[in-house]
Design a protein around this ligand. Structure first.
Ligand code: NAI
Length: 268
Protein backbone atom coordinates (compact mmCIF):
# COMPACT_ATOMS: atom_id res chain seq x y z
CA UNK A 1 0.00 0.00 0.00
CA UNK A 2 1.56 3.29 -1.00
CA UNK A 3 -0.20 6.44 0.11
CA UNK A 4 2.95 8.60 0.01
CA UNK A 5 2.14 12.17 -1.09
CA UNK A 6 -1.53 11.30 -1.77
CA UNK A 7 -4.19 13.76 -0.62
CA UNK A 8 -7.40 12.30 0.77
CA UNK A 9 -10.58 13.94 1.97
CA UNK A 10 -11.85 12.04 5.03
CA UNK A 11 -15.22 12.81 6.62
CA UNK A 12 -15.80 11.87 10.25
CA UNK A 13 -12.06 12.18 10.90
CA UNK A 14 -12.51 13.49 14.44
CA UNK A 15 -13.55 10.22 16.09
CA UNK A 16 -13.62 6.45 15.85
CA UNK A 17 -12.95 4.86 12.46
CA UNK A 18 -12.31 8.20 10.70
CA UNK A 19 -9.73 9.31 13.28
CA UNK A 20 -7.98 5.93 13.13
CA UNK A 21 -7.98 6.08 9.32
CA UNK A 22 -6.56 9.62 9.24
CA UNK A 23 -3.72 8.48 11.56
CA UNK A 24 -3.13 5.33 9.48
CA UNK A 25 -2.92 7.23 6.17
CA UNK A 26 -0.85 10.08 7.65
CA UNK A 27 1.67 7.53 8.93
CA UNK A 28 2.01 6.31 5.35
CA UNK A 29 2.79 9.79 4.06
CA UNK A 30 -0.67 10.94 2.95
CA UNK A 31 -2.10 14.43 3.41
CA UNK A 32 -5.52 14.52 5.06
CA UNK A 33 -8.27 17.07 4.51
CA UNK A 34 -10.66 16.34 7.38
CA UNK A 35 -14.35 17.23 7.25
CA UNK A 36 -16.29 17.00 10.51
CA UNK A 37 -18.57 18.99 12.77
CA UNK A 38 -16.19 18.37 15.69
CA UNK A 39 -12.61 19.62 15.87
CA UNK A 40 -10.15 16.70 15.40
CA UNK A 41 -7.83 16.01 18.34
CA UNK A 42 -4.99 15.00 16.01
CA UNK A 43 -3.35 17.45 13.65
CA UNK A 44 -4.72 17.33 10.08
CA UNK A 45 -3.24 19.00 7.00
CA UNK A 46 -6.52 20.84 6.69
CA UNK A 47 -9.71 20.80 8.75
CA UNK A 48 -13.03 21.96 7.33
CA UNK A 49 -15.69 22.43 9.96
CA UNK A 50 -18.95 21.28 8.39
CA UNK A 51 -22.29 20.03 9.65
CA UNK A 52 -23.18 17.32 7.16
CA UNK A 53 -26.91 17.75 7.82
CA UNK A 54 -26.76 21.08 5.98
CA UNK A 55 -26.37 21.06 2.17
CA UNK A 56 -25.20 24.70 2.18
CA UNK A 57 -22.33 23.81 4.52
CA UNK A 58 -21.48 20.83 2.32
CA UNK A 59 -21.29 23.12 -0.74
CA UNK A 60 -19.04 25.48 1.23
CA UNK A 61 -16.84 22.52 2.26
CA UNK A 62 -16.48 21.45 -1.37
CA UNK A 63 -15.54 25.02 -2.33
CA UNK A 64 -12.92 25.07 0.45
CA UNK A 65 -11.10 22.08 -1.08
CA UNK A 66 -8.75 24.10 -3.25
CA UNK A 67 -6.11 21.48 -4.09
CA UNK A 68 -6.10 18.33 -6.25
CA UNK A 69 -7.27 15.24 -4.37
CA UNK A 70 -6.52 11.55 -4.86
CA UNK A 71 -9.49 10.22 -3.00
CA UNK A 72 -12.51 10.66 -0.78
CA UNK A 73 -13.46 8.49 2.18
CA UNK A 74 -16.97 9.07 3.51
CA UNK A 75 -16.74 7.80 7.09
CA UNK A 76 -19.01 10.20 9.00
CA UNK A 77 -22.18 8.61 10.26
CA UNK A 78 -24.71 8.72 13.07
CA UNK A 79 -26.15 5.69 14.90
CA UNK A 80 -29.62 4.19 15.06
CA UNK A 81 -30.78 6.16 18.13
CA UNK A 82 -30.86 9.49 16.26
CA UNK A 83 -33.85 10.98 14.40
CA UNK A 84 -34.76 9.52 11.00
CA UNK A 85 -34.04 12.89 9.37
CA UNK A 86 -30.56 13.13 10.86
CA UNK A 87 -29.75 9.52 9.95
CA UNK A 88 -30.92 10.07 6.36
CA UNK A 89 -28.99 13.31 5.99
CA UNK A 90 -25.62 12.30 7.44
CA UNK A 91 -25.46 8.64 6.44
CA UNK A 92 -26.79 8.92 2.90
CA UNK A 93 -27.64 12.39 1.58
CA UNK A 94 -24.35 14.01 2.62
CA UNK A 95 -22.32 11.01 1.43
CA UNK A 96 -24.05 11.24 -1.95
CA UNK A 97 -23.76 15.03 -2.24
CA UNK A 98 -20.06 15.06 -1.38
CA UNK A 99 -19.30 12.19 -3.73
CA UNK A 100 -21.32 13.70 -6.59
CA UNK A 101 -19.41 16.97 -6.13
CA UNK A 102 -15.90 15.54 -5.70
CA UNK A 103 -15.89 12.43 -7.91
CA UNK A 104 -15.36 14.38 -11.17
CA UNK A 105 -12.52 16.34 -9.52
CA UNK A 106 -10.54 13.36 -8.20
CA UNK A 107 -7.22 12.83 -9.96
CA UNK A 108 -6.87 9.97 -12.46
CA UNK A 109 -6.43 6.58 -10.73
CA UNK A 110 -7.96 7.93 -7.53
CA UNK A 111 -10.68 6.27 -5.48
CA UNK A 112 -13.73 6.79 -3.32
CA UNK A 113 -14.47 4.55 -0.35
CA UNK A 114 -17.83 4.82 1.38
CA UNK A 115 -18.23 3.42 4.88
CA UNK A 116 -21.56 1.60 4.96
CA UNK A 117 -22.35 -1.14 7.51
CA UNK A 118 -23.07 -4.82 7.93
CA UNK A 119 -26.56 -3.48 8.72
CA UNK A 120 -26.88 -2.68 5.00
CA UNK A 121 -26.28 -6.26 3.88
CA UNK A 122 -29.88 -6.88 2.87
CA UNK A 123 -30.06 -4.18 0.17
CA UNK A 124 -31.29 -6.72 -2.41
CA UNK A 125 -34.62 -6.93 -0.55
CA UNK A 126 -35.31 -3.19 -0.89
CA UNK A 127 -34.35 -2.29 -4.45
CA UNK A 128 -37.69 -0.52 -5.12
CA UNK A 129 -37.11 2.12 -2.42
CA UNK A 130 -33.39 2.27 -3.20
CA UNK A 131 -34.08 2.88 -6.90
CA UNK A 132 -36.45 5.73 -6.00
CA UNK A 133 -33.78 7.19 -3.75
CA UNK A 134 -31.16 7.02 -6.52
CA UNK A 135 -33.53 8.66 -9.04
CA UNK A 136 -34.51 11.56 -6.80
CA UNK A 137 -31.67 13.91 -7.57
CA UNK A 138 -32.44 16.66 -5.09
CA UNK A 139 -31.62 16.56 -1.38
CA UNK A 140 -35.19 17.43 -0.38
CA UNK A 141 -36.86 14.89 -2.68
CA UNK A 142 -34.64 12.06 -1.44
CA UNK A 143 -35.24 13.11 2.17
CA UNK A 144 -39.00 13.03 1.56
CA UNK A 145 -38.75 9.42 0.34
CA UNK A 146 -37.23 8.49 3.72
CA UNK A 147 -39.87 10.43 5.60
CA UNK A 148 -42.73 8.92 3.59
CA UNK A 149 -41.71 5.33 4.37
CA UNK A 150 -42.50 5.77 8.08
CA UNK A 151 -39.36 3.96 9.18
CA UNK A 152 -38.30 3.92 12.80
CA UNK A 153 -34.69 4.96 13.41
CA UNK A 154 -33.28 1.42 13.52
CA UNK A 155 -34.74 0.55 10.12
CA UNK A 156 -33.81 3.99 8.77
CA UNK A 157 -30.18 3.33 9.79
CA UNK A 158 -30.16 0.06 7.83
CA UNK A 159 -31.79 1.71 4.80
CA UNK A 160 -29.19 4.50 4.73
CA UNK A 161 -26.44 1.89 4.76
CA UNK A 162 -28.18 -0.15 2.04
CA UNK A 163 -28.44 3.11 0.06
CA UNK A 164 -24.72 3.79 0.57
CA UNK A 165 -23.88 0.35 -0.85
CA UNK A 166 -26.36 0.74 -3.72
CA UNK A 167 -25.22 4.26 -4.59
CA UNK A 168 -21.60 3.09 -4.54
CA UNK A 169 -22.41 0.50 -7.20
CA UNK A 170 -24.49 3.03 -9.20
CA UNK A 171 -21.65 5.55 -9.57
CA UNK A 172 -18.76 3.10 -9.71
CA UNK A 173 -18.40 3.33 -13.51
CA UNK A 174 -18.88 7.08 -13.84
CA UNK A 175 -15.14 7.92 -13.86
CA UNK A 176 -13.90 4.42 -14.65
CA UNK A 177 -12.34 5.62 -17.93
CA UNK A 178 -9.90 7.63 -15.79
CA UNK A 179 -9.03 4.69 -13.57
CA UNK A 180 -11.17 5.95 -10.69
CA UNK A 181 -13.01 3.40 -8.57
CA UNK A 182 -15.82 3.62 -6.03
CA UNK A 183 -16.20 0.90 -3.40
CA UNK A 184 -17.73 0.55 0.03
CA UNK A 185 -16.61 -1.05 3.27
CA UNK A 186 -19.20 -2.49 5.64
CA UNK A 187 -17.96 -2.82 9.22
CA UNK A 188 -19.62 -5.10 11.73
CA UNK A 189 -19.81 -3.71 15.26
CA UNK A 190 -16.72 -1.61 16.05
CA UNK A 191 -15.52 -0.39 19.45
CA UNK A 192 -16.00 3.37 18.95
CA UNK A 193 -18.02 5.97 20.89
CA UNK A 194 -21.25 5.08 19.01
CA UNK A 195 -21.15 1.36 19.79
CA UNK A 196 -23.13 1.87 23.03
CA UNK A 197 -25.83 3.61 20.96
CA UNK A 198 -26.13 0.54 18.73
CA UNK A 199 -26.35 -1.77 21.75
CA UNK A 200 -28.96 0.60 23.24
CA UNK A 201 -31.18 0.74 20.14
CA UNK A 202 -30.69 -2.47 18.15
CA UNK A 203 -31.58 -6.08 18.96
CA UNK A 204 -29.01 -6.99 21.61
CA UNK A 205 -29.45 -10.75 21.08
CA UNK A 206 -28.46 -10.36 17.42
CA UNK A 207 -25.48 -8.19 18.31
CA UNK A 208 -24.40 -10.71 20.97
CA UNK A 209 -24.69 -13.54 18.48
CA UNK A 210 -22.60 -11.65 15.91
CA UNK A 211 -19.94 -10.87 18.53
CA UNK A 212 -19.72 -14.54 19.59
CA UNK A 213 -19.32 -15.64 15.96
CA UNK A 214 -16.56 -13.07 15.43
CA UNK A 215 -14.65 -14.72 18.27
CA UNK A 216 -15.97 -12.94 21.35
CA UNK A 217 -15.30 -9.27 20.73
CA UNK A 218 -16.31 -6.42 18.45
CA UNK A 219 -13.87 -4.97 15.94
CA UNK A 220 -11.39 -2.19 16.59
CA UNK A 221 -11.31 1.07 14.62
CA UNK A 222 -7.73 0.25 13.59
CA UNK A 223 -8.96 -3.02 12.05
CA UNK A 224 -11.06 -1.04 9.53
CA UNK A 225 -8.06 0.93 8.22
CA UNK A 226 -6.23 -1.76 6.22
CA UNK A 227 -9.33 -2.70 4.18
CA UNK A 228 -10.17 0.98 3.51
CA UNK A 229 -6.54 1.76 2.66
CA UNK A 230 -6.45 -1.23 0.30
CA UNK A 231 -9.53 0.03 -1.59
CA UNK A 232 -8.04 3.55 -1.77
CA UNK A 233 -4.75 2.43 -3.26
CA UNK A 234 -3.59 0.88 -6.52
CA UNK A 235 -3.24 -2.65 -5.08
CA UNK A 236 -7.01 -2.88 -5.62
CA UNK A 237 -7.07 -1.26 -9.06
CA UNK A 238 -9.37 -3.95 -10.53
CA UNK A 239 -11.79 -3.82 -7.59
CA UNK A 240 -14.70 -1.53 -8.36
CA UNK A 241 -18.35 -1.24 -7.30
CA UNK A 242 -17.83 -3.77 -4.53
CA UNK A 243 -18.85 -3.85 -0.88
CA UNK A 244 -16.23 -5.30 1.43
CA UNK A 245 -17.67 -6.74 4.65
CA UNK A 246 -15.22 -6.27 7.54
CA UNK A 247 -16.82 -7.98 10.53
CA UNK A 248 -14.51 -10.75 11.68
CA UNK A 249 -16.80 -13.26 10.00
CA UNK A 250 -19.76 -12.44 12.26
CA UNK A 251 -22.41 -12.04 9.55
CA UNK A 252 -21.82 -15.55 8.22
CA UNK A 253 -24.08 -16.79 10.98
CA UNK A 254 -27.01 -14.78 9.60
CA UNK A 255 -26.68 -16.53 6.26
CA UNK A 256 -25.81 -20.05 7.44
CA UNK A 257 -27.36 -20.23 10.91
CA UNK A 258 -25.36 -22.05 13.58
CA UNK A 259 -22.00 -23.04 12.17
CA UNK A 260 -20.71 -26.60 12.07
CA UNK A 261 -17.35 -25.26 13.20
CA UNK A 262 -18.19 -22.38 15.59
CA UNK A 263 -15.67 -19.69 16.56
CA UNK A 264 -13.40 -20.22 19.54
CA UNK A 265 -12.54 -17.27 21.76
CA UNK A 266 -10.02 -14.94 20.08
CA UNK A 267 -6.50 -15.00 21.46
CA UNK A 268 -5.75 -11.41 20.31
P1 NAI B 1 -17.97 7.95 15.69
O1 NAI B 1 -19.15 8.55 16.35
O2 NAI B 1 -16.79 7.60 16.51
O3 NAI B 1 -17.50 8.91 14.50
C1 NAI B 1 -18.42 9.52 13.64
C2 NAI B 1 -17.83 10.84 13.18
O4 NAI B 1 -18.79 11.44 12.30
C3 NAI B 1 -17.57 11.83 14.33
O5 NAI B 1 -16.31 12.43 14.17
C4 NAI B 1 -18.70 12.82 14.17
O6 NAI B 1 -18.36 14.14 14.65
C5 NAI B 1 -18.92 12.79 12.66
N1 NAI B 1 -20.27 13.29 12.36
C6 NAI B 1 -21.44 12.79 12.81
N2 NAI B 1 -22.45 13.57 12.41
C7 NAI B 1 -21.89 14.58 11.70
C8 NAI B 1 -22.42 15.74 11.06
N3 NAI B 1 -23.72 16.03 11.08
N4 NAI B 1 -21.57 16.56 10.43
C9 NAI B 1 -20.24 16.30 10.42
N5 NAI B 1 -19.68 15.26 11.03
C10 NAI B 1 -20.50 14.40 11.67
O7 NAI B 1 -18.50 6.66 14.91
P2 NAI B 1 -17.70 5.50 14.12
O8 NAI B 1 -18.03 4.24 14.80
O9 NAI B 1 -16.31 5.88 13.87
O10 NAI B 1 -18.51 5.51 12.75
C11 NAI B 1 -17.88 5.70 11.51
C12 NAI B 1 -18.75 5.09 10.45
O11 NAI B 1 -18.79 3.68 10.61
C13 NAI B 1 -20.20 5.56 10.45
O12 NAI B 1 -20.62 5.79 9.13
C14 NAI B 1 -20.94 4.40 11.06
O13 NAI B 1 -22.29 4.33 10.64
C15 NAI B 1 -20.12 3.24 10.53
N6 NAI B 1 -20.27 2.02 11.29
C16 NAI B 1 -19.92 1.99 12.61
C17 NAI B 1 -20.09 0.83 13.33
C18 NAI B 1 -19.74 0.75 14.79
O14 NAI B 1 -20.10 -0.26 15.43
N7 NAI B 1 -19.05 1.72 15.37
C19 NAI B 1 -20.67 -0.38 12.72
C20 NAI B 1 -20.93 -0.25 11.32
C21 NAI B 1 -20.75 0.92 10.64
Amino acid sequence: MNHEKKTYVVTGASSGVGAALAAFLTKQGARIIAIDRAEPKAEMNKFINCDLTDPEQISAAVAAIDEPIDGLVNVAGVPSNMSVDMIAKVNYLALRMLTDALLPKIKDFGAVVNVASAAGAYWRKRTDVLNSLMKSASWDDALKIFQDQGYNSVVAYSVTKEAAIYYTMMVSSQERHRGIRVNSVSPGAVQTPILKDFYGSMDVNSLDRLRIHAGGRDGLAEEMCGPIGFLLGQDSRWVNGTDLLVDGGAEVTFHLGDLIRPAKQLSF
